[in-house]
Structure formats: C-alpha cells, structure tokens
Ligand binder design. Structure first.
Ligand code: HEM
Length: 128
C-alpha cells in the first residue's frame, strides 16, 4: 500500500514539532500574535496540528471535532492583508526549516512550503 505524506515525513511527531515551532514564532511576532484572541495559544496550536495531520493523510480528528474546515470562513473575523500573510508565512517557513533533513527530504519540504504559500494567499481577506 502507498504511504501517505503524513507517514512519509514521520507522522504525529513531525506535525507536533512543526506546529510547536510555528506557535513559538507566532508568540514572538508583533504582527501575527495580536490577531489571536486567546491569551493561551495552546488550543490554537492543537487545532492547527489536527488540521495539518488530516490534510496530509493522517488521522481525521480535526473534522471529527470541528466539522468541515472552511478555513477562509473561520479566518473572516481577522484582518489578513499582505503584511499579515507575509508575517504568518515567515513563522511557518521558520518552522519548516527547523525540521531536520533526515525527517523531511527536499521534495517533501518543497511540497509543504508550496502548500503553505498557496494556503496563506487564499486566506487574505483585506487589500491592505
Ligand atoms: C485559526 C490567523 C493562515 C489554519 C486561526 C486564528 C487566527 C489565525 C487568529 C484563530 C485562533 C484560534 O483558532 O484560536 C491566521 C493568519 C493567517 C492564517 C493571520 C495568515 C495568512 C492560515 C493558514 C492555515 C491556517 C494558511 C492552514 C494552512 C488555521 C486553523 C485554525 C486557524 C486550522 C483553527 C480553525 C478552527 O477553529 O478550527 N488562524 N491564520 N491559518 N488557522 Fe489560521
């Protein structure tokens, strides 16, 4: 049977590391951090981790708990312009770069980066 992307990059442990590092970066970011309504980023980190695991062929816990992702709709309350998009992507690219090459080979790293670039662009809901 063919391996999923999720399995090929090391499964739950890799997605845990990726989202943990991403939210470490968010916590330090003066543009992205203020957009998060909650003081505690833990629940947001968990939702992101579950979403990404599901998207890349892992467990479907995200939709079991949250229903259809409808990410654009869920981001509607937050002003996301080019500046917020770029700041978010900086955090995500740093997180992707933090995963070692034994875990994430060049092709998988490229696929992850390209997906994030595309997904972040599709979340933009403000021209400025
Ligand atoms: C939720 C910001 C892009 C996935 C959120 C939240 C904020 C936010 C403020 C609410 C926090 C919370 O859940 O408590 C942003 C900004 C982006 C961005 C500024 C800039 C482009 C993305 C992208 C993805 C994503 C590209 C997916 C690849 C999620 C998920 C949630 C979330 C899964 C939780 C949704 C739920 O409630 O189930 N985001 N986001 N976000 N974001 Fe983003």
């Amino acid at each position: 049977m063919q391996q999923t992307f999720y399995e090929a990059v090391g499964g739950a442990e890799t997605f845990r590391k990726l989202t943990a590092r991403f939210y470490e970066e968010v916590a330090k970011d003066d543009i992205v951090r203020p957009l998060y309504p909650e003081e505690d980023l833990g629940p947001a980190e968990r939702r992101m981790r579950m979403f990404l695991e599901q998207y890349w062929g892992g467990p479907h816990t995200y939709s079991d708990e949250r229903g259809h992702p409808r990410l654009r709709m869920r981001h509607h309350p937050f002003k996301i312009g080019p500046i917020e998009r770029d700041a978010w992507l900086r955090c995500m690219h740093t997180a992707i770069a933090s995963i070692d090459s034994g875990t994430l080979d060049d092709a998988h790293r490229k696929a992850l980066r390209e997906y994030m670039d595309m997904a972040a662009a599709s979340m933009v809901n403000s021209a400025f």
